[in-house]
Ligand binder design. Structure first.
Ligand code: 13P
Length: 253
């Protein structure tokens, strides 16, 4: 059975001290209210805070993910972080192909594919983002765009490896804009993605893949989004920076 997942993408926010406070607050809230048995919480802090968050996660309230990884194994790539490094810190998850990386750092589907390979070689589960921009949605091209991102980024994998993938559908027009996809829009494209996976890998693999929604997800809309049969949780930006909001979202299944 696939997991319900709520992952917090902190992006480039918070000082070390603020980050430490946030994790502490999340832990306190999780002591008061337990997550559902099938719910997994993942925190994705900036690289410099991974170890601090990892230390807290030993109590197994949540798992830790990175926000990015380099597509090479190692070497002269100043400022970059490899999958081997993340693995040596026992980081279990990593976001790949976020629309901000695609837009500002030229991350292509081919790079996404290589990053996914590096992560899987190191037993780190990729959280692979896809989603269309506003003009693509307005032109009715969202299915075409998402299909290309998924196929070119992931369909080189065999079924066993694909089984490690978590997908996050994040319509770019909904990220940080306060404009959320309607539950119907989310369900429609999540079902489309699951169907793509089923066509390639079969129904069992598709049914076991968690597909998260991302884009202005908050406590007030999480419940109706997550109530859809193909929406298995969220990749949360802004609302993951507030312990109350983030935990409330994780309690929305
Ligand atoms: P917001 O929740 O701030 O819209 O960001 C979503 C996102 O990009 C998560 O990766």
């Amino acid at each position: 059975m696939r997991k319900n997942i709520v992952a917090g993408n902190w992006k480039m926010n918070k000082s070390f001290e603020e980050a430490d406070d946030l994790v502490n607050d999340i832990m306190t809230k999780l002591e008061e209210k337990e997550l559902g048995e099938n719910t997994l919480m993942i925190l994705c802090p900036p690289f410099p805070y991974l170890e601090m968050c990892q230390d807290y996660s030993n109590d197994s309230y949540f798992a830790i993910g990175a926000q990015n990884v380099n597509d090479n194994e190692k070497g002269a790539y100043t400022g970059e972080v490899s999958a081997t490094m993340l693995s040596s810190m026992e980081i279990e998850y990593c976001i790949v192909g976020h629309s901000e990386r695609r837009a500002y750092y030229g991350e292509t589907d081919a790079m996404v594919a290589r990053k996914v390979d590096r992560l899987l070689e190191n037993d780190i589960r990729p959280i692979v983002c896809c989603g269309e921009v506003l003009e693509e949605r307005e032109a009715g091209k969202q299915f075409e765009v998402v299909s290309r991102q998924i196929k070119d980024g992931l369909f080189h994998l065999d079924a066993e490896k694909f089984g490690q993938i978590i997908i996050a559908y994040e319509p770019v027009w909904a990220i940080g804009t306060g404009k959320t996809a309607t539950p119907e829009q989310a369900q429609e494209i999540h079902a489309f993605i699951r169907n793509l996976i089923a066509e390639k890998y079969g129904k069992e693999v598709a049914d076991n893949t968690s597909i998260l929604y991302g884009g202005s997800c908050k406590p007030s809309n999480a419940r109706e989004l997550f109530a859809n049969p193909d929406v298995d949780g969220g990749l949360i930006g802004g609302a993951s920076l507030q312990a109350d909001d983030f935990v409330n979202i994780a309690l929305s299944f």
